[in-house]
Design a protein around this ligand. Sequence first.
Ligand SMILES: [Zn+2]
Ligand SMILES: [Zn+2]
Length: 336
Amino acid sequence: MNDSKRIMNFRLSPLWWPVLAVVSPIAIPWLLNKNRNFQQNCLQAAKANQIRLSQATPLDLPELDFLELRVLVEWQAEEGFIGDAGVSYHFRTNLGTLLFDVGFGPTRPALGHNAARLGLSSDQIDALAISHLHPDHMGGIPAYRTRQVTVPDSLMPSETKHCFLPDKAQAGGFKVTMVVEPRLLAAGMASSGPLARSLFFLGYTEEQALIARIKNKGLVVFTGCGHPTIEVILRMVKQLSNEPLYAVGGGLHFPVTGGRGDRAGIQIQTMLGTGKLPWQRITDDDLSQTINLINEAGVKKVFLSGHDSCDHSLGRMQRELQAETDVLKAGAIYRF
Ligand SMILES: [Zn+2]
Ligand SMILES: [Zn+2]
């Protein structure tokens, strides 16, 4: 391994280490306190998910004639579209339309540009659902700080539409409904209901996944970041429907060799949102377990998000998953 490669392999560049030494009298008690909260939240999240799984009963999912996905924001992009480390997916079915997540919203150009290029306007959005309240899904860092889902002006509805949230927050211009259990949302698509995960820096995080039932195919499941883990999400899906799993898509959060949007020598995604302690890495073994789980679930198609998984993980999944596996691209249209 040459020197530059070795340095790239550090999640925190060695240039930061003297800084760490200086701030350690403040940082260490702060980290210990964070760790206490993290451990408590781990127990609470596991308990909450267990109760939700045990109480879930089958949902009356309408059988959809088709489901069309237009990818508005993703890490990879088709020519002429802007890639970004966020997620926004537009779903259309024979029963309506649903926008799932809004990437970094108006704070970065991807969503506005890509939506316009795909010819998507606000009247093609019957409802909005946000997977979870992180900046790359709810409209950027100001949106995250103020817990206010923020959508670019060009996609703001002219009349009041629903915004379905997995946790308490606001969404100006929308009628906010907090999703507290699995339920139908819009366009014949359902929510898994909130599922929890304890994250060291980002705290207790509730996330919902989308579920649709397609005629002659089965269930399609889409996640945002996949923080609760795809294992827990698929366990919930199984409680909600006996239909076979057809496709799984969205974020699975596997920054094994590095993260997206690294800043100043810090691989931020490998420490944020992993569900582990910041000094523990997400490993290839963790990824192997998830690959086995998806293979055992008999999924036919997988649509990976590159926004929270590294190229190494995307490559392994494309090689090792038995399902037909694609990496989602902004500007692409997929039909189920
Ligand atoms: Zn994300
Ligand atoms: Zn997230």
